[in-house]
Write a protein of this length. Structure first.
Length: 190
């Protein structure tokens, strides 16, 4: 099969998959469990079709973990793109531990990567955190629904002190600090 035909086939497959997933999640009255199973089946079928079209090595996701050639592939990728993976590791550490990353790695981090990680952390807090409530509306659990109902009243009053504390802790200690603080706040309600 020609490359252009393969690309068109894969693009068509992606569009059909997106439409199927949209139908499963938003337009269907089927239970949540059946929707999740159907979504996994759609993704599995897509993977198998892309696997056969591109003649990729497979193993249902376990190729990289389960064979010597998979480990050799990982080794080759890490050698070929070593600088990229070092930068990604440092960026991830900065997201995970915030400002505290610098003393944790004893200053052995590229300052540009460090600043990019902190900027990413701030952008996530500004653009992702405020929209988490929208995505949580689709989780049909009584605890989540009651928390969202209460947060609507609090949102009309503006951000409270706890919001600023959460932002400060997240910048200082990254997502690990956010997680610990969230667990402590959640434990307080028990």
């Amino acid at each position: 099969m020609e490359d252009s035909v393969k690309k068109i086939a894969i693009a068509t497959l992606i569009i059909i998959s997106i439409l199927l997933l949209y139908f499963l999640y938003y337009a269907s009255t089927v239970s949540v469990i059946l929707r999740a199973v159907a979504a996994i089946v759609v993704l599995l079928i897509d993977g198998l079709i892309i696997h056969s079209l591109l003649k990729l090595n497979g193993g249902y996701g376990f190729y990289m973990l389960g064979s010597k050639s998979g480990l050799a592939t990982i080794s080759n990728i890490s050698k070929k793109y070593g600088v990229f993976w070092d930068v990604m590791a440092m960026w991830g550490l900065t997201l995970g531990f915030g400002v505290l990353t610098y003393p944790l790695v004893k200053g052995k981090i590229d300052k540009r990567v460090y600043v990019a990680g902190l900027i990413s952390l701030v952008l996530i807090m500004l653009f992702v955190f405020p929209n988490i409530g929208t995505s949580l509306q689709f989780i049909n659990l009584p605890q989540v629904q009651s928390a969202l109902a209460g947060s609507g009243q609090a949102a009309s009053q503006g951000p409270g002190l706890i919001t600023y504390v959460i932002y400060a802790i997240t910048i200082l200690a990254g997502f690990s600090g956010f997680l610990i603080l969230s667990l402590l706040i959640g434990a307080e309600t028990i």
